[in-house]
Design a protein around this ligand. Structure first.
Ligand code: AHG
Ligand code: MN
Ligand code: MN
Ligand code: MN
Length: 334
């Protein structure tokens, strides 16, 4: 019998069958992330027509001007997960504090961290956007989770992934058993397996970085980027530059084609820009599961011991050889 089409639901249920004790909560949780993705897709597809572009007028805990679509995506997540009994705590890039759900903690064994809308500078220009999610286990069902329970090392994630709202909507996720990509078929309203067991090339020829920050970087990083542009046939150089302003879209390209995405440390901003728990950790889990690496320049992202919910971190992520080379350049001038 043909395996086509393998929907997200079927794929998750098949994976669940391999875990005899599983009660189906995780499958439902993933199905609800898929639902959030459909709801956000539906808003984005009509965004230019229904007055949801532009700024909300608020500033978030990150110090960023919030877009109306940031609010809408954040509210969508909260609306879906606040009452479905699948998670006992939520943390969002857009919320200062974690949302602990007191009625849910006795039965819900998962906690969810998310970047509801990634790449929000792209909202008003019809460019790609994303959503990133990270799932943790709540270990002790006898106790209500605390905010500190969400501040955990990336390697403790149970699952992680993203939605990419590009020319089509894709959901890419890992539970630590490989990385699988699904494309939303708008005609049937289902995510269909389109990229099974994604494996990244060990080296690519694409780099993604905001080069406008060049003069803010330490010398090692500047030299690394300079070298990528020097002709060297044996290393496939010069590399091609591709930067969309949406981390999810840029990392997705690197995941499928190889290469490197960088948001490095700056001399006056050594902590970098991207958020460890909502952006770097989940994408690091995905990329490592596909054979790549993710580093701060000096440490593996998944090993970092976070201290705060909104902690930032420099990020070098992509093909194994590319990340090792970028790390060497960073360490040379560390
Ligand atoms: P967000 O929209 O969730 O705040 O994330 C923005 C991030 C990321 O998507 C992107 O790669 C990066 O910020 C872009 O930053 P610059 O505009 O500084 O290049
Ligand atoms: Mn933001
Ligand atoms: Mn983001
Ligand atoms: Mn965001």
């Amino acid at each position: 019998m043909s395996r086509f089409p393998v929907t997200l639901t079927r794929h998750i249920l098949e994976q669940q069958a391999a875990h005899p004790g599983a009660k189906g909560d995780f499958s439902l949780l993933m199905a609800h992330i898929g639902l959030v993705g459909k709801m956000i897709t539906s808003s984005l597809r009509r965004a230019g027509l229904i007055n949801i572009l532009g700024l909300s007028g608020e500033t978030n805990v990150q110090g960023e001007a919030v877009k109306k679509l940031d609010v809408l995506a954040n509210e969508t997540f909260i609306k879906v997960f606040q009452t479905n009994g699948l998670v006992c705590a939520l943390a969002s890039e857009e919320e200062e504090k974690a949302l602990v759900l007191p009625e849910a903690w006795t039965q819900a064994k998962y906690m969810l961290l998310f970047d509801p809308l990634d790449g929000s500078s792209n909202t008003d220009v019809n460019m790609p956007l994303g959503t990133i999610f990270s799932i943790l286990r709540h270990h002790d069902p006898r106790q209500s989770p605390q905010e500190t329970d969400l501040i955990r090392r990336g390697r403790e994630q149970v699952a992680a992934g993203y939605l990419l709202y590009g020319s089509s909507t894709m959901l890419v996720y890992t539970t630590g058993q490989g990385v699988h990509g699904f494309t939303l078929d708008p005609q049937i309203g289902e995510y269909v397996l389109s990229h099974e067991s994604i494996k990244m090339p060990s080296r690519g020829s694409i780099y993604a970085v905001n080069e406008g920050n060049y003069h803010k970087w330490p010398a090692g990083m500047r030299r690394y980027i300079d070298q990528l542009k020097v002709k060297d046939k044996s290393k496939g150089r010069p590399y091609t530059g591709r930067y969309s302003g949406c981390l999810v879209a840029d990392v997705h390209r690197v995941l499928l084609s190889g290469g490197i995405y960088l948001y490095p440390a700056e001399v006056e901003r050594p902590e970098g820009k991207l958020r460890l728990l909502y952006e770097a950790s989940p994408l690091a889990m995905v990329v490592e599961q596909a054979g790549g690496l993710a580093s701060t320049g000096t440490e593996r992202i998944l090993d970092l011991e976070p201290l705060t919910l909104h902690q930032r971190v420099p990020l070098l992520i992509g093909s194994r050889e590319d990340v090792l080379e970028a790390e060497a350049a960073v360490k040379a001038t560390a």
